[in-house]
Design a protein around this ligand. Structure first.
Ligand code: NAD
Length: 437
């Protein structure tokens, strides 16, 4: 679905009218391009993360800047131990923030408040969230702001996250708080193809966001097993062919689905490395008008089937070492939405599932995380009533809807072999939507 307003706003006449009338002006977002150069980056702060971050930046194709403008501002706030020292944020960002280029990046690094050794330090570290969320709303022109809490001992586990946040892959992710814990880091031979030799299974892959996930994981080198209901068989074969992967027709809600999936993995691939729970449905109705079947089908597809599959994946060790589970939730599960008590219950449940299982999953040497998309341009959102659709599109810091590829890129980061320290996170891919902010 195309955003006709954005297309108009980018035309010659549109630019003039948008400016004269003070209408929303959705910026063109910088998205992934192979080997794209990026920079310059200004790094500040005085904590334990400055040196590891500088070492990572030294490895990136960071361009030098001659015009005084900056593509990214990174500040290590992990050395801040009380509220008075928060002034360092002002001192670093105030002189340079207005020189941030379009689609620029603000990244603040800190320590998880719950691991701080004093109440004052925890207070100051928690305060960083307010700074980043407000900065995200100020930077505009497609720029983003994020906070990355790095646990002590996890300093060497930040590279895949910094690469993702600096690149165009994170185009529609802003105002997020990422938590990184200590983990053995599996550095890929080739950062452009980190998933070579890995097998990914993507549910709901016949179209929409699932199709984009299959494409991005395949681009990153994975063999992708595309799974969808038999009724979507034709589209499923097309996507599997496009990504040179395998099609698997399976209705996830049937009683024997976990068994059939387990047998498929064991016989065809020995083990899989990445499992993406993307399949989902909506059956919107206000609660008083909702039929029982509309409630139970949404809960079953969106949540209970994920639980049953995770159980078999763990019980039969079907995911290889350093494996990844990524679940697709929704901003509806965070903010709630009229007409979606069933859907929001299921998507909030997905967040609960991820957070409740992170510990047990880590004991198997795996990670589990969720992405929560906001308004993404798909058939699902194209079917919304016009006013709700326009509201969803514009009420975020990017003043536009995201694309399926934006969700897919975020999943590829979580699925990355070097993202072992990212576990139990819920990352919104919503352009910093005001809903549930
Ligand atoms: P979509 O309807 O285009 O695709 C969903 C796919 O899941 C379909 O191919 C469908 O056949 C498959 N599926 C449904 N039930 C299944 C079952 N029982 N077994 C196997 N496959 C099944 O939806 P989409 O917009 O691409 O959304 C993908 C995911 O993202 C969903 O979980 C959705 O809730 C979530 N999401 C979407 C948006 C958005 O703006 N589009 C926003 C937030 C969250």
């Amino acid at each position: 679905m195309t955003d006709r307003y954005a297309t108009f706003a980018h035309s010659g006449a549109g630019r003039f009218l948008v400016k004269r009338l003070g209408l929303p002006n959705p910026p063109k977002l910088r998205r992934y391009e192979k080997a794209a150069e990026f920079g310059p980056v200004t790094l500040g702060g005085s904590g334990r993360l400055v040196e590891p971050t500088r070492n990572i930046l030294d490895e990136l194709p960071v361009a030098a800047g001659a015009d005084g403008h900056c593509a990214a501002l990174i500040f290590d706030a992990s050395g801040i131990t009380d509220s008075e020292a928060l002034r360092a944020l002002y001192d670093f960002f105030h002189p340079v923030i207005r020189s941030l280029r379009p689609s620029g990046r603000v990244i603040v690094l800190g320590s998880p408040p719950e691991l701080c050794t004093s109440a004052r330090e925890a207070t100051a570290q928690r305060a960083l969230e307010g700074f980043v969320r407000s900065a995200g709303k100020e930077v505009a022109r497609g720029s983003t702001a994020q906070l990355v809490y790095v646990a002590p001992g996890a300093e060497a586990a930040t590279e895949s996250t910094l690469r993702f946040l600096l690149s165009g892959r994170s185009a529609y992710v802003s105002g997020q708080v990422v938590r990184i814990g200590p983990a053995a880091v599996d550095v890929p031979d080739d950062w452009d193809q980190p998933l070579v030799g890995r097998t990914a299974i993507v549910t709901g892959a016949a179209r929409g966001i699932g199709e984009a996930i299959a494409h991005v994981l395949a681009r990153e080198g994975a063999h992708v097993v595309c799974l969808d209901v038999p009724a979507a068989g034709e589209d499923l074969s097309r996507v599997a062919n496009d990504v040179k992967g395998t099609a698997l027709q399976l209705d996830l809600t049937t009683e024997d689905a976990p068994r059939r999936l387990a047998d498929f993995i064991a016989t065809r691939h020995v083990h899989a490395d990445i499992f993406v729970h993307n399949a989902g449905i909506t059956r919107d109705k206000t609660l008083g008008r909702m039929e029982e079947g509309q409630w139970s089908s949404v809960l079953d597809v969106n949540l209970s089937s994920q639980e049953r599959i995770n159980d078999v994946l763990l019980a039969e060790s079907l995911l290889g070492g350093n494996g990844r589970i990524v679940s697709v939730s929704s901003v509806s599960g965070i903010a709630g939405n009229r007409g979606q008590t069933n859907y929001a219950t299921s998507k909030a449940g997905v967040i609960g599932l991820v957070q409740a299982s992170a510990g047990a999953v880590a004991e198997h040497g795996l990670t589990i995380n969720a992405v929560a998309p906001g308004f993404i341009e798909t058939r699902m959102t194209a079917a919304m009533p016009m006013f709700a659709r326009e509201g969803g599109r514009r009420l975020n810091s990017m003043t536009q809807g995201g694309l399926p590829v934006d969700v897919a890129e975020t999943i590829a980061w979580l699925a990355h072999p070097a993202s072992g320290g990212v576990n139990g996170n819920v990352i919104r891919v919503c352009g910093q939507s005001l809903l549930g902010a």
